[in-house]
Ligand binder design. Structure first.
Ligand code: SAM
Length: 304
């Protein structure tokens, strides 16, 4: 890709995230700003990530695993890198655990928000704007490198992982949660659940209108263009992890829950039981060998 074109797309990517985050902040404290003080926020178009209850049920276990894994690292002056930190929820949690945290992200506005919020929370975090496709890091420097939902936005996960591996101290850990893409083999079960689980009345009306092509371009449905690098390297993620991080603890996750959540809005009072049920189905499907839409990885660098 031509350098100028790449620069323009990066600017669009940053603009998308700045807008997405700023808009969420107008409605309250989203969980991707502060896990501990988050409340469900209401905004249109519907997006399950706005509801901290759904997020906690669906991905809370992965977050707990990661945070516990970081907590288990012993020593003084521990350093963590939150790679693609967004507004900084993970930087904040690692800082609360006592790590010296560096949080890097492309979106200047997200970094500004993260800086202000961490000050408010009295956590000293070193936030910096950077394009992580090209950023180099000090070698043998970090005890933990956390990468939450970011690799699939970068051009070459293999190059990035190689760099990060070098900047990790012996016994340090790389923690990754990333998007691999929804496996169409699981579509049938999603459709079945959409047709059987209770739905919010307004969502039923919306679906009917859409089917009948009566749905106009409502103001609440206008979003700015999607992030240009969304999904750009999904297919490269697993091969890169297997190549660069040998013997990593790799778990496929969430075969249907997040995909379903994007297509099915549940009545508020049934949110918790429904998504607990879906999470249960997800786990059963994984046990039976279904492919995950996401992958989580915990990798420890050998002392050798
Ligand atoms: C799905 S969000 C995840 C953010 C954060 N890890 C979280 O959990 O809230 C993806 C993030 O990747 C960042 N990003 C995308 N491309 C990037 C790049 N080339 N360099 C640095 N950050 C980038 C975006 O700004 C956005 O904050």
């Amino acid at each position: 890709m031509h350098q100028e074109e790449f620069k323009k797309l990066l600017e669009k990517e940053a603009k998308f995230w700045a807008h997405f985050n700023e808009d969420a902040l107008k409605k309250g404290i989203p969980h991707w700003l502060d896990l501990q003080n988050a409340k469900p926020i209401k905004r249109r178009p519907y997006n399950p990530f706005n509801d901290s209850r759904i997020e906690q049920i669906i991905r809370g276990d992965i977050k707990e695993d990661f945070l516990q894994s970081a907590k288990n690292i012993v020593g003084k002056n521990k350093r963590a890198l939150d790679f693609g930190c967004g507004m900084g929820w993970l930087s904040l949690e690692l800082s609360r655990q006592g790590f010296n945290v560096d949080g890097f992200d492309l979106a200047e506005r997200s970094i500004e928000i993260a800086k202000n919020y961490s000050k408010k929370m009295k956590q000293k975090i070193n936030y910096k704007v950077a394009d992580l496709n090209n950023q180099k890091f000090k070698e043998n420097f970090y005890d933990v490198i956390a990468i939450w939902d970011v690799l699939h936005h970068l051009l070459d996960p293999e190059i990035v992982l190689k760099r990060l591996k070098k900047s990790l101290k012996p016994n340090g850990k790389i923690l990754i949660l990333d998007h691999l893409g929804f496996n169409q083999e699981n579509e049938k079960i999603v459709k079945m659940l959409i047709n059987t689980l209770p739905a919010k009345f307004s969502h039923i009306v919306y679906r009917i209108k859409r089917k009948l092509k009566l749905e106009k371009n409502k103001k609440e449905d206008q979003v700015i263009e999607d992030a240009p690098f969304e999904h750009c390297s999904e297919s490269k993620i697993l091969p890169a992890i297997k190549k660069i991080l040998p013997n990593a603890d790799i778990k496929e996750r969430l075969p249907i829950a997040i995909h379903l959540a994007h297509h099915h809005e549940t009545p508020d009072f049934l949110t918790e039981p429904i998504w607990n049920f879906v999470k249960h189905i997800d786990n059963k499907m994984l046990k039976n060998g279904a492919k995950g839409e996401y992958v989580s990885v915990i990798w420890t660098k050998d002392i050798k």
